[in-house]
Ligand binder design. Sequence first.
Ligand SMILES: [Mg+2]
Ligand SMILES: [Zn+2]
Length: 185
Amino acid sequence: MGKGVFLDRDGVINANVFYADTGEVEAPRKVADFTILPGVLEAMKQLAGADYLLFAVSNQPNQAKRKATAADHEAIQAKLATALDAAGIRIEEFFYCFHHPKGVEPSLSGPCVCRKPSPYFLNQARDAHGLDMAQSWMVGDRDTDIACGQAAGVRTIFIADKGIAGADHAAIDLRQAAGIILAAG
Ligand SMILES: [Mg+2]
Ligand SMILES: [Zn+2]
């Protein structure tokens, strides 16, 4: 059986961004705002080198909220894919939930099966790739990431400068998280 590391995107792979109009730190809306965090590509390479399949699992409600367009998302995805290709890193699948329960774009608003903390995408990856979930991990920076991982039966790492949110481990960034995963075996 294979083993996987499920990575949240915003705040784990790339930096969140402060936007003055909301006064909040949020997912990047434009490709120019998308920057990969230090050490992330090296950490991914280490995990892949230890035979972990890598997956990205991300809630992206900005289109549902009309804060960003599909073209913005595609441009960000292309920038990420280019960086991964250049580093020789393979992400098996990118799982994106574009829905939001209180969105304003009708086609993307309302309840859905895939929004974290739902384990929907992790279960899908388990079935498609034959993953042993007891040997797999979820790394995220929100309580919902940890709840998602727990619902899917994987071990969890909370990326934060404080608190652990009920996760198995806490780390300040993906580099440190990769160290925890590799040490646990
Ligand atoms: Mg996040
Ligand atoms: Zn969804």
